[in-house]
Design a protein around this ligand. Structure first.
Ligand code: FAD
Length: 406
């Protein structure tokens, strides 16, 4: 394999290129990315960046010199438009064609838009890219009240940054609790209480009916139960849609994300897919087709593909883990906790430091830790290596969990 092209200059695309060079790949290596900037970290966009503790410069995954030093050609601000599979060429929007021996699709995901009247008013914003974050930052400066649509990770991270700036924040959520897709009820309850104590107001079990405005700018959000919440800024955080169109139009199999096998190969053996755009058989979900949106997944899948292309065949089997910073709380999740049928608490939520151990059919499947980073690191090993830990042991603070992983 001589020429490798990566489509998407995000976390996964960057890592694939970096790991290929680390693994000794010596051929031509090109990353095509439609954003105008070199690969950067997204997680701080809703955390440190908005809180004024990070800048565009500090978000870069590597300095510009890295790409030159590693002979990685960055084609930024360029969009891949078509894959001509029979002759193994990638066509850019400009019409230029690049030949490949192997193509890595790392096209990520885009924000789901809110299909209601008024969603196009100025001040209705989303958060995915650095450009989005710059917009939000600019708007935040003069804002008194904010409505966040969606109580997922990004919505809550943004809500806590806004509340800390003295802005009145209301979070509108369709489900009956925060982060319902990702975490257990006890963890949801803890974060709801913590955010309410910080002054954030919640409206659960309702959707957005419409967004109203004056002079083209948002002024309020009307919920489906007839209430209206004042807003100078609306942050929509209702999930993402994987960028699969390029793959689908090339005839690759798509099921939610771009479908890959255990080696992260698509239905074409010359094309891999990784990161937010890929649906893979997940060994921690009984090999069910799974799409995961996280830095861990993007990085580990990139490394797996790089190892394969460098001649060390590997199946993807890394344990999923996640984190989210909300206010002073660091939430870390090991494994895929949902669904589960039993939860056990270790530590004391009232003290602000605890872990929730989630079991499915007597097996530990996920651990959610709040301000207990050591539990998180141990939990990763326990779940990944399927080490035994019965619920009574998980709750017993006298038991040193480290002893179980030695
Ligand atoms: P992306 O980072 O989305 O990169 C894909 C890139 O491909 C994009 O630049 C896209 O524009 C480009 N692209 C798409 N199609 C084309 C095309 N046809 N041609 C050229 N380029 C194309 N994860 C965590 O684990 N912890 C966190 O705390 C966390 N916080 C987050 C906070 C925010 C605000 C956001 C937005 C995400 C957060 N995530 C977090 C998720 C994490 O950032 C993503 O899972 C990760 O970035 C996925 O990497 P990726 O490379 O697969 O996709």
């Amino acid at each position: 394999c001589r020429d490798i092209i990566v489509v998407g200059a995000g976390q996964a695309g960057f890592q694939a290129a970096a790991s290929l060079r680390e693994a000794g790949f010596d051929g031509l290596l090109t990353i095509v990315g439609d954003e105008p900037v070199a690969p950067y970290q997204r997680p701080p966009l809703s955390k440190a960046y908005l809180a004024g503790k990070a800048t565009a410069g500090t978000l870069a995954l590597r300095p510009a010199s890295f790409y030159a030093d590693h002979r990685i050609t960055l084609r930024l601000g360029e969009r891949a438009a078509l894959i001509d599979r029979p002759i193994q060429q990638l066509e850019l929007k400009s019409g230029e064609r690049l030949g490949y021996d192997h193509l890595i699709l790392a096209t990520g995901a885009r924000n789901r838009s809110l299909p209601v009247p008024g969603a196009d008013l100025a001040g209705v914003l989303q958060l995915r890219t650095l450009a989005d974050a710059e917009d939000v930052q600019r708007y935040l400066a003069g804002v008194e009240s904010v409505v966040v649509v969606g109580a997922g990770f990004i919505g809550l991270e943004f809500a806590s940054v806004a509340a800390a700036r003295g802005i009145a924040v209301t979070v509108v959520e369709f489900a009956d609790r925060v982060m319902s897709r990702a975490v257990s009820r006890p963890t949801s309850a803890f974060f709801r209480d913590a955010h309410e104590a910080a002054g954030i107001r919640f409206a659960f079990g309702v959707g957005v009916g419409r967004i109203t405005g004056a002079d083209g700018h948002v002024t309020a959000v009307e919920t489906t139960d007839g209430r209206a919440f004042a807003a100078d800024l609306v942050l929509v955080g209702i999930g993402v849609v994987p960028n699969v169109e390029l793959a689908a139009e090339a005839g690759l199999t798509v099921a939610d994300g771009i479908l890959v096998d255990q080696a992260l190969l698509t239905s074409d053996p010359s094309i891999s897919a990784i990161g937010d755009c890929a649906t893979f058989p997940n060994s921690f979900a009984g090999n069910a087709p799974t799409r995961i949106e996280s830095v861990q997944n993007a990085v580990d899948q990139a490394r797996c593909v790089a190892a394969r292309l460098a001649g060390r065949a590997a199946f993807y089997a890394a344990l999923p883990w996640f984190w989210s910073d909300q206010g002073g709380w660091k939430l870390q999740i090991a494994g895929l906790a949902n669904p589960h049928d039993l939860t056990v608490t270790r530590g004391d939520p009232a003290q602000g430091a605890f872990s929730i151990f989630c079991y499915r059919h007597d097996r530990l499947v996920g651990v959610e830790s709040v301000n207990r980073p050591a539990d998180h690191m141990i939990a990763r090993r326990l779940i990944a290596e399927r080490l035994p830990l019965v619920p009574d042991q998980a709750a017993d603070l006298a038991l040193d969990l480290r002893a179980l992983i030695r």
